[in-house]
Design a protein. Sequence first.
Length: 203
Amino acid sequence: MLAPRLIAITDTTRADPDTLVGRFARLCAAAQPGSVMLQLRDPGLPVRERQALGERLVALAHASEQLFCVNDRLDLALLLDADGVHLGEHSVEPADARRLVDSGMWISRARHGAAEAEARGADAIVLSPVMAARKGNPPLGAHGLEQARRFAGGPPPLLYALGGVDAGNAAECLRAGADGVAAVGAALADDPLPLLEALGIRS
């Protein structure tokens, strides 16, 4: 099973596509092969622009021996030959998604509470918000990660921390039981090395 240490998420409201691709290129080049998964999110982009960005990102990821996934759009994940797909909390169930995609495709699922961290057939759970409040929800903190690890039922899924994660607290997330972190702002930083070093994946 794929097990990236960092999921780097796109946000074209923070960086235009050219800048975003450039920063992700530096990130991928500086990281150990297979340790980074680029995730195409940006649901607000027009479909063709989102597809075009995805085409650039999947080419970048695979050229640098990294991974690529798509947020919530199974059709786009298939079209772009993605390594994985991330399902939102209110999306289809992982078992239903597997009926439509390749059986080997990596599937992660969003969760927003430690007690809701059941995998339900997903390979990974992305728990948020962990280190910073989001949409009025207080941060779960390292304790929330520890609880989520205990609540996850069935074969232990991978657990990722999202929300306010950066170079200063990424290692704390790992110590609390996370297998990796997901990040937007920290992944788009001018200098990716502090985050990669904190995660132990600098090349």
